[in-house]
Design a protein around this ligand. Structure first.
Ligand code: HGY
Ligand code: MN
Ligand code: MN
Length: 420
């Protein structure tokens, strides 16, 4: 075996070991959960930074605990165009062990091979570990990738978590001034002259049904998230007759049914009520407040906005017929992303080399790539996952498929270095 093959072999072994280490880093003992600013997220960030440093990278944290590293191989210094690899290291609640983190660890493995093998390389190579793609704490997504690519929005500083603590307040704890955050626009780390490649589990069944390990995403669906708050009056479950109740839960149920009907009406619409809060949430108390989320996806933002308008009107008309206080808040919107054709071709050719074929696919799941694609050429490698399951503890990608994805990503980076 030559140096490249030897380095690839050992980096692949470390990749598998690190996936196992990462799945044990969680803020819960009973499931995987790594939310931005949690002790688990910070433990993960620390490990990732050390692994990047061990790959020979100059490493950084930023105020949002993105972790990133760069080896400047370019003779034009650190400001020359960068090849960014990576994904997110935060997770949903009761998460799987591959969503996001696999792409980060593949990026580190590629950097290790190029660094260790001393393979001739002329680009600045950067690995990114985004801190908040899932948006669990503040119910908005892509905070990390938006920040690093100069797309941070000041209003996000006022978003509260479940304890009422705003992002801005979290930054004070982290000895970061709000100005630092807002000035990041001036010198983002991800720039138009760079490019970004993200490896990510498919989170769907297409690759498994096609009996193929790797594919390439060409487009990512648009997404909208909204939050509905209904306020009535809490009361004693045993003494208040129905006619005197101001119970928000039956009304919320009618609204949630409307969401479900919408989904059934058109298979290309994905609308989900994933978060439902009943307050005070006690069996012998009539609820006083109900909060729930609606997550909507559709191939393009124009169509999604029309569907969302129709649904929100329907929900508002249900609220109007009641004597409840009602709030409908649009909390997040991300336009669909068309990924870069040239990079998609390179990833596809790498899949052909590594596995003898490849397929081009649409991603219904959102990714940091949709944010970064608004700044620089971006594309994504999709990795088969068992039963297409994700956002679930049984989420699974085989060691063999993870290694194939790593090799395809390495192949793509070496091709880009020669041709771009
Ligand atoms: O929700 C999504 O599509 C992504 O997994 N954050
Ligand atoms: Mn996810
Ligand atoms: Mn993800």
């Amino acid at each position: 075996m030559d140096l490249l093959e030897i380095a690839t072999q050992s980096a692949g072994e470390r990749l598998i070991k690190r996936l196992a280490i990462m799945r044990r880093i969680s803020q819960r003992n009973d499931w995987i959960e790594r939310t931005i600013f949690s002790p688990a997220a910070e433990e993960a960030a620390y490990k990732l930074k050390n692994w990047m440093a061990a790959a020979g990278m100059e490493t950084f944290y930023d105020p949002l605990t993105n972790v990133y590293g760069q080896i400047s191989f370019s003779k034009n210094g650190t400001e020359a165009p960068r090849i960014h690899l990576g994904s997110h290291y935060d997770t949903v609640v009761n998460a799987g062990a591959f969503d996001g983190i696999l792409g980060v660890l593949i990026g580190i493995a590629v950097a290790e091979v190029i660094s260790e093998s001393k393979h001739p390389f002329n680009h600045n190579l950067s690995v990114l570990a985004f801190s908040d793609e899932e948006g669990v704490r503040f119910n908005t997504t892509f905070l990390g990738s938006a920040y690093l690519s100069g797309q941070f929005e000041e209003e996000w500083l006022h978003k509260e978590d479940e304890y009422g603590k705003t992002l801005g307040e979290w930054l004070v704890d982290r000895a970061e001034s709000v100005d630092t955050i807002l000035n990041a626009h001036q010198s983002p780390y991800i720039r138009p002259q760079d490019l970004f490649l993200e490896a990510h589990i498919e989170q769907g069944p297409v690759l498994e049904n096609s009996n193929i390990a790797l594919g390439v995403f060409t487009n990512i669906a648009a997404q909208i998230r909204s939050e509905i708050i209904l306020d009535g009056c809490a009361g004693h479950a045993g003494t208040i007759p129905a006619s005197l109740r101001k119970d928000p839960l039956p009304v919320a149920s009618e609204m949630i049914l409307a969401v479900n009907q919408l989904c059934k009406s058109d298979e290309s619409i994905r609308a989900t009520v994933g978060h439902l809060e009943v307050i005070p949430n006690a069996s012998n108390v009539i609820p006083g407040r109900v909060k729930f989320s609606i997550d909507m996806r559709y191939p393009n933002l124009k169509g999604l906005r029309q569907i969302h308008d129709k649904l929100s009107k329907q929900i508002k008309s249900i609220a109007k017929l009641t004597n409840l206080k009602f709030e409908y808040n649009l909390v997040h919107e991300a336009r669909d992303a068309k990924l870069d054709e040239k990079l998609t071709d390179i990833l596809s050719e790498s899949c052909d080399i590594i596995q003898g074929s490849s397929i081009r696919m649409f991603s219904g799941a959102g990714h940091d790539s949709m944010k970064v694609a608004q700044i620089c050429p971006t594309s994504m490698l999709a990795v088969r996952c068992k039963d297409g399951l994700s956002h679930h503890p049984d989420e699974f990608a085989s060691n063999a498929d993870c290694i194939l994805a790593f090799k395809a990503m390495l192949q793509s980076v070496l091709t880009i270095d020669i041709n771009c």
